[in-house]
Design a protein around this ligand. Sequence first.
Ligand SMILES: Nc1ncnc2c1ncn2[C@@H]1O[C@H](COP(=O)(O)OP(=O)(O)OP(=O)(O)O)[C@@H](O)[C@H]1O
Ligand SMILES: [Mg+2]
Length: 249
Amino acid sequence: MSFLIAMAGKGGTGKTTVAAMLLRYLVEHGKTPVLAVDADANSNFNEVLGLAVEHTVGEAREEVKRGGGMVDITKDQLVEMRINQCLVEADGFDLIVMGQPEGPGCYCAANNLVAHYMDVLSKNYPFIVMDNEAGMEHLSRLTTKNVDRLVLISDPSWRGIQTARRLQDLAQQLKIVTGKTVLIVNRVNNGLSSRAQEEIQAQGLDLVGLIPDDPLVAEFDSMGRPTFRLPPESAALQAAYAIFERLLP
Ligand SMILES: Nc1ncnc2c1ncn2[C@@H]1O[C@H](COP(=O)(O)OP(=O)(O)OP(=O)(O)O)[C@@H](O)[C@H]1O
Ligand SMILES: [Mg+2]
């Protein structure tokens, strides 16, 4: 069974940034191969990783729904082939981009095939890191019920923490987490205010660590350099690694 770590949280809190750091941590610690899944419809995980993407699972699903264009292969084979084409291979990990969610019409058959093949595929990877879009809706769309770590990312704001709590509640209702749901507060300067600490406790969130606001992360972002390549002296990267050490098996 693969160990699945999924990100969630309010918009712009650092889900993709932390997902990239986690992926790098896993690769550097030899927990390979890792599957990186970009489940954000407005995907940009690949940019943070410095990879180009040509095809998405969403496109494969559309094609299967339309019935495909080939006479010589079954739908199963078509799905397998198309999803394999979506895999971007990198050093120690592969990336797959889910792309846009389904449009109108019935996708049941296509979805079943895609979900089945994604299951088969994911068995090749001991660790899966899934970057998600902001908000709640995507959690209900998750077909997997085996999230080992749901990592809620918040900034130190009151609204960020409320969103994290709502996501935790929803994940509980949907029963998608078989392991632990934890909170990381990102972009923290000079520690958390006592108000924020009280709020986190009151909301029953399991705070596993803080990541500082790091000028290097901002610099990389503004220059279009992949966050994945941050130098080891990055304060954010160091803090994130210390958290992952405690968080992962
Ligand atoms: N610790 C940090 N220090 C400095 N800048 C950061 C830090 N974490 C994230 N950022 C910056 O904040 C912005 C948002 O980060 P990111 O894209 O990772 O958030 P997100 O939660 O994935 O956003 P979205 O909800 O749009 O998917 C980016 O410009 C990123 O470089
Ligand atoms: Mg993101």
